[in-house]
Unconditional design. Structure first.
Lengths: 760, 146
């Protein structure tokens, strides 16, 4: 079995359990009482509100199923939207999902508090009522459980949901026998005292009871056979839950006249009425049933809150991966292996929401719904974009019926429902969208490099579309590409060359708006264990610290951000490659001497090592840099592009004069001049002095190079770097030249192996 | 790979299975093992599964963690193999992996924590040493002052 299959251990029942367990929570246990009494009394018509909520959820469930089977990835809604509509909408979706889950969790905690208050007297403290106190305690426990990662097994989870369903079934049966149609309809105003216009505002209020089916999609990658199980679980759980809600609410209202229904713990209240006081010799049945209901409510709200906190960590992870939020959030706890920072931040939000807004459960539930509805609406639009852009990798196993009607309906219904929220929630969500967009432009835009299918589609069809559309796509496109804000890693080895290397790196970083990472790689002889070396670090640390401190102060002169690191290793050059890779370096700057510290050990694995040069390499042969002019000999090619970039950086940051040299055979001076002028133009060096010389290439470079302070040589020689490392490079010019030489090598698209090892 | 079919005169450190949790733990564990010069090392990372409930971390993140851990082990033992297992029962997965890679011993470093924390996150040390059917080496912890 492949690793990928091993990672999948959620079957259909488990997936269903996640959906049902998350949805059945505070919504059904708390809101019926609030909803029937809302706005002067909506009355029994709220049963229809629940059903309408189920229909809206079902339409969205179809879309989520298609997207989920196409992209079984952690992150769910955020991931699809970021991928289709780009990172600006991705930011809205990610933040929306995240905050929506925090609001929902706060709501579940309040629900937990309300039922807890049935059992135990909770104290009120100034500023917080007793339910809030209970909710805060519950919230702290849920956060703690997720922080430690002490998880129930799947078996227990299934058992809890099974127990919950049987409790609710028992209640329905008992309710059926004491159901009285007169109780349901015989109150003042009949079935719809608030008129049928109360249905949709009711749905807006209770929609929070349906949040949860999309959680199945956030764990899609862990599902067995997601192509089949994901749609069944999502659609099935929405269907089951809708039926349960309709039965439960009808039963409640047929047992307790709606004006008397409790606004805190309606299910417990209804159970007390529905069950007879005594069955045969057993007395206290009604009280017992109410207690069982209360336990059910506590279990239900707890599992909803738990699942939501976990799902929010998934969304943080997906956002961190796309650099919409800092990856700092996603650090894993060393002992508990949980994304503890994400859990703590989300937990902090939950606590905040409970404390500030917990007095009014409606605000929490509606805020959660609004944010989720915005995400659902975007998701439906995203689905249409995927279909229309005809993305080749978009290949869902499940497709929505009646396309494009279903996703359009999903988007319209989702946004339409938002309109039935109160002014405060709409304002809140509007402010939230503005904040998310602001977040994107201020924080994320220059960090993320993910472009959505939509903007790719628009920009690739630029000529067919109105200018305004293309401009709009450009205006919000991410600017954080791989080339922007690069990391220039410097491998400093000794104090003599440190300053020259850092100066070069800083000039580059300043020019490209990047940062410098100064590493001191300390090679420890094989005979010395790293542990011993680490023990003797005091002396080592001091020299390393001095070196890196000098590097930091050199970089500061350029006003570029610098980070420093000491790396202890048995290996030399290999470690440079490793460090470049793990630190995501875009360019490595190192000394010529540094390439030699590999010693004999590298020989065997060099081929392995150099088969994928991780980034650009600049190797300086020379100890001091005192620049006023540089020479760039070129004959084209990717590595000379890199030399041009370095030359440009030096020119722009330090006002250095650049001369270009092209060596030709005699008689070809004119075409050579033309080539070089073109090349200069194409590389932003049109102000450089152009020199075309004839003769032997190496000899000419050597001769002309004497006149300059630095020669930047692009590695047109195949396998230049590996040969330098091996010490077999017969580039006498360089070795003999008094002038410092900078060798530039850029990995190219063609086989790096071939190029580096010289195409043997 | 050293064959361990025959227990007679078998080298205890012929092929050490090294269960590691994360980058830091992996490096520390490898460093603790390094002075004893094992012949061959296989790093093992067990991704804890819920078997019915979602994992603590997304699969992608778990696998990132695993590969960071392997890289850390290779900083000390460049030739180390790696092995990833997915299971709810971490200790069981360690033993299974030991059989699978034919290890001569399991070397681990207790990750400390007080009793309550060990209880809550499952005391792996105890299970590891009590259920073993092959040698289990407890590596010293440098900061075992607690």
């Amino acid at each position: 079995m492949s690793d990928e299959e091993l990672a999948k251990d959620l079957g259909l029942v488990s997936a269903m359990t996640i959906g049902i367990g998350t949805m059945i929570g505070a919504g059904i246990f708390v809101l019926p009482g609030v909803a029937v009494n809302a706005d002067g009394g909506a009355g029994p018509i709220v049963v229809v509100s629940f059903i309408v909520g189920g229909v809206i959820a079902m339409v969205n469930a179809l879309s989520v199923s298609e997207l989920g089977t196409a992209m079984p990835k952690a992150g769910g809604g955020y991931y699809y939207i970021n991928k289709s509509l780009g990172p600006m909408f991705g930011s809205i979706a990610g933040m929306g999902d995240w905050m929506g889950l925090a609001f929902a969790s706060a709501f579940y905690c309040i629900g937990f508090g309300q039922y807890l208050a049935v059992f135990v007297g909770l104290p009120a403290i100034p500023g917080l009522n007793s339910i809030q106190v209970g909710a805060l305690v519950a919230g702290a426990i849920f956060i703690g459980v997720n922080y430690i990662g002490a998880k129930e097994t799947g078996g227990i989870q299934t058992m809890i949901v099974g127990l919950l369903l049987s409790i609710l079934a028992g209640f329905s049966v008992a309710g059926f026998f004491s159901f009285d149609y007169a109780t349901l309809a015989g109150n003042e105003g009949g079935l719809a005292p608030g008129g049928y216009g109360a249905i949709l505002p009711g749905t807006a209020l209770v929609f929070v009871s349906f949040l949860g089916y999309a959680k199945i999609a956030t764990v899609a990658e862990e599902l067995k056979n997601p192509g089949r199980n994901l749609p069944i679980a999502i659609i099935g759980s929405v269907g089951i839950v809708t039926v349960i809600y309709a039965i439960l609410v009808t039963t409640m209202l047929g047992v307790v006249p709606w004006p008397e229904l409790s606004q805190d713990a309606p299910v417990a209240q209804a159970a007390r009425v529905a069950f007879p006081e005594s069955i045969g010799p057993i007395t206290g049945v009604a009280g017992g049933a109410a207690a069982v209901m209360t336990v059910g409510a506590l279990l239900a709200t707890a599992s909803s809150a738990n699942a939501s906190i976990l799902a929010s960590a998934r969304i943080n992870f997906a956002m961190g991966r796309d650099k919409i939020v800092t990856n700092w959030l996603n650090e894993i706890h060393p002992n508990y292996a949980t994304p503890y920072r994400s859990i703590l931040v989300t937990g902090g939000l939950i606590v905040l929401f409970i404390a500030l807004l917990g007095q009014d459960i409606e605000i929490l539930s509606k805020a959660a719904s609004v944010l989720h509805l915005i995400v659902y609406a975007l998701m439906n639009v995203g689905l249409i974009v995927f279909r229309e852009a005809d993305t080749p990798e978009y290949d869902p196993d499940f497709t929505v019926p009646l396309y494009p009607l279903t996703p359009i309906l999903g988007a319209v219904l989702s946004l339409g429902l938002v309109a039935f929220m109160d002014g405060i929630e709409i304002a809140l969500s509007g402010a939230f969208v503005v904040a998310a967009v602001a977040w994107y432009f201020i924080y994320a835009r220059d960090k993320t490099d993910k472009q959505g299918v939509l903007s790719e589609h628009i920009r690739s069809r630029g000529s067919d579309l109105p200018d305004g559309v293309v401009d709009a796509a450009d205006a919000v496109a991410p600017t954080g590409t791989e080339n922007d804000g690069p990391t220039i890693m410097v491998a400093v080895a000794n104090p003599r060359t440190e300053s020259a290397l850092i100066t070069l790196a800083s000039a580059l970083a300043q020019h490209e708006g990047g940062r410098v990472l100064a590493t001191h790689i300390v090679t420890v002889p094989d005979q010395t264990s790293l542990e011993t070396a680490a023990e003797n670090r005091t002396g080592l640390d001091q020299s390393s610290e001095e070196l890196l401190a000098a590097a930091a102060s050199d970089a500061e002169a350029f006003d570029v951000p610098i980070e420093t690191k000491t790396i202890l290793s048995h290996r030399g050059i290999e470690e440079v490659f490793d460090a470049a890779r793990t630190n995501d370096a875009d360019t490595v700057v190192m000394g010529y001497g540094g390439t030699q510290f590999a010693g004999g050990r590298v020989e065997g694995s060099l081929d392995e090592l150099t088969h994928d040069l991780p980034c650009d390499f600049l190797v300086l042969d020379g100890q001091r840099l005192d620049l006023s002019d540089v020479l760039v000999p070129t004959a084209g090619g990717p590595s000379s592009d890199l030399s041009a970039e370095v030359a440009r950086a030096l020119r722009d940051t330090a006002g250095i004069d650049v001369s270009l040299l092209y060596v030709v055979d005699s008689g070809e001076e004119a075409s050579g001049r033309e080539f070089l002028a073109d090349w200069a133009d194409g590389h932003g060096l049109d102000d450089a002095e152009i020199r075309v010389e004839t003769g032997d290439v190496e000899e000419t470079i050597g001769r002309v190079g004497e006149e300059y302070d630095l020669v930047i040589v692009g590695a047109t020689e195949r396998g230049l770097l590996s040969r330098i490392v091996r010490g077999s490079l017969a580039f006498e010019t360089i070795e003999n030249l008094e002038t410092p030489v900078l060798l530039a090598e850029r990995p190219s698209a063609r086989s790096l192996w071939e190029r580096l090892v010289g195409g043997r | 790979m050293t064959s361990t079919d025959d227990a007679d005169g078998q080298d205890l450190l012929g092929h050490v299975l090294l269960p590691v949790a994360n980058e830091e733990d992996a490096f520390a564990t490898a460093m603790a093992l390094e002075p004893y010069e094992p012949e061959h090392v296989t790093a093992l990372h067990v991704v804890e599964k819920g078997e019915g409930v979602p994992d603590k971390t997304p699969v992608e993140q778990s696998e990132e963690l695993a590969s960071e851990s392997y890289a850390a082990v290779r900083r000390v033992f460049p030739d180390a193999d790696d092995h990833t297992a997915y299971a709810r029962d971490i200790v069981g997965a360690i033993f299974d992996a030991a059989d699978e890679v034919d290890a001569s011993a399991i070397a681990y470093r207790s990750r400390g924590g007080n009793r309550i924390m060990q209880f809550l996150s499952g005391d792996l040390s105890l299970k590891l040493v009590t259920n073993a059917h092959l040698p289990v080496i407890a590596l010293p912890r440098e900061d075992s002052s607690e």
